[in-house]
Design a protein around this ligand. Structure first.
Ligand code: UDP
Length: 453
């Protein structure tokens, strides 16, 4: 049974029901879309998991209904990879989502016009379809990454997946500019489970939704959007960059961690375009060796940096779980004392908008990539898993606004060299120019949307 609605409007309008998986990078775009739909005059009900639940007080205009799921450990544990989490969340949310939606439909919410559900949640897409609610899938990754998922059966039949070491540098026909090494992967593997997850998503999209809503904009992905429409015979709407559509001042963001705002004052004291911002997002984990190479690469570069070292972001060791940030290498802090600032979580959008930021060392999560593009900040890319591989390739080879840190972060000298090139080299200057152009295009996309707030 759905619980009582919290906050929200009284329900005299046509209503959209939204549901997102409880990941930071999915919930925030979904809540932004919810706010935009509300601003366009629709009633909005957000169905949500109790795990990582959004805070209704931050969105008084929306109605919130928890689905009361029971999650197994693997859905939430920092030790389970993203695929395990996605499979477990889909399984655990299916029945409670269906019950919550059915209860809304029965309990006076006859005004429900459609549902917008997380494009990775095949269980919710199917449930909405079965209950006769027209559904749209919201993709919080890029159109290119979604095309990669849709192409999976073809790639399997053509022998590109499972990925083979000797094919890593081969281009993938029909998915240019991707090479085999850029295909979506989970922890370097693409197992049967991964194939079946991708097939379930593609199957649910084909069977249960009336259209795809993607947090992207035409200037960077027009070709991919057109191909998706052709391949699915469904409309694909570019609705992004969602965070820009709500205006320049970030509304209260749903944040998994308390942002350390002290880093903004630290940036204030730095010259324009002098600092490298380093963050691998909310989920990625690197092993201890790669973490140390990052640290010593930053130290060796001589460049001022702001580094988000998130609790749980380094695999293994006592600090792999819990609220403690992983320990830094011995003597590292002494070495970088005058030019390095380390925080557990940053107010990222404000950081990227700060004049002191020159470049962003990123894992290429789609939100981080869009946020960087929208601020005209060039990138150093270090993709870790899933769609990050695809996005990193587009950043470096399609849009020309990023450099690779190195195929893998294996050697501190290479890291230091890449950092210096992005910050002060000719390559960095060219990237900065292109990044500025993309920033203008993103801003034009946002202001041209009829629903900009
Ligand atoms: N983020 C943040 N502070 C941090 C690190 C990340 O606010 O210190 C936000 C960032 O602005 C982005 C989101 O977390 O909106 C990360 O989403 P993304 O899609 O980039 O990566 P994911 O976390 O899903 O891997």
């Amino acid at each position: 049974m759905a619980g009582p609605e919290q906050h929200g409007d009284s329900g005299h309008r046509r209503r959209v029901v939204l549901f997102s998986l409880p990941f930071h990078g999915h919930l925030n775009p979904m809540l932004k879309l919810a706010a935009l739909l509300h601003a366009r005059g629709l009633g909005v009900t957000v169905l949500h998991t109790c795990f990582n639940a959004p805070d209704p007080a931050r969105h008084p205009e929306l109605a919130f209904v928890p689905i009361h799921e029971t999650l197994p450990d693997e859905a939430t544990s920092p030790d389970s990879d993203i695929l395990r989490k996605l499979l477990a969340l889909n399984a655990a949310c299916e029945a409670p989502f269906r019950a919550a939606l059915a209860s809304l439909l029965r309990g006076g919410r006859r005004d429900v016009a459609c549902a917008v559900v997380d494009g990775q949640c095949y269980a919710a897409m199917a449930a909405a379809g079965e209950l006769g609610v027209p559904a749209l899938a919201l993709r919080t990754d890029s159109a290119a990454s979604f095309r990669n998922m849709l192409a999976w059966p073809r790639l399997r039949d053509a022998g590109y997946v499972p990925i083979k070491e000797e094919q890593l540098d081969e281009p993938v026909p029909g998915l240019e500019p991707l090479r085999v090494r850029d295909l979506i992967r989970v922890d370097g593997r693409d197992t049967d489970e991964h194939c079946s997850f991708v097939a379930s998503v593609a199957g649910a999209v084909r069977a249960s939704v009336s259209g795809i809503v993607i947090n992207t904009f035409e200037a960077i992905e027009a070709a991919e959007l057109a191909k998706i429409q052709r391949e699915l015979s469904l409309p694909a709407f570019a609705v992004g960059p969602l965070h820009l559509l709500l205006g320049r001042t970030p509304p209260e963001e749903q944040s998994l961690h308390e942002p350390d705002r002290g880093c903004l004052a630290w940036l204030d004291a730095r010259p324009p375009r002098s600092v490298l911002y380093v963050s691998l997002g909310s989920l990625a984990r690197v092993d201890r060796g790669a973490f140390e190479v990052m640290a010593w690469g930053l130290a060796g570069s001589g460049v001022p940096f702001l580094w988000v070292v998130r609790p749980g972001s380094v695999a293994g060791g006592a600090a792999a779980a819990g609220d403690e940030a992983p320990p830094l290498p011995d003597r590292f802090e002494d070495e970088v004392r005058d030019r390095g600032k380390i925080v557990k979580w940053a107010p990222q959008r404000e950081v990227l908008a700060h004049a002191a930021i020159a470049a962003f060392w990123t894992h290429c999560g789609w939100n981080s990539t869009l946020e960087s593009i929208c601020e005209g900040v060039p990138m150093l890319v270090q993709p870790c898993f899933a769609d990050q591989m695809v996005t990193a390739r587009y950043v470096t080879h399609e849009w020309g606004v990023g450099l690779e840190v190195g195929e893998e972060v294996v050697e501190r000298g290479m890291v230091a060299k890449a950092v210096r090139e992005a910050m002060a080299g000719d390559g960095g200057a060219r990237m900065r120019e292109r990044a500025h152009r993309l920033q203008m295009q993103a801003s034009a996309a946002a202001t041209s949307r009829p629903w900009t707030v």
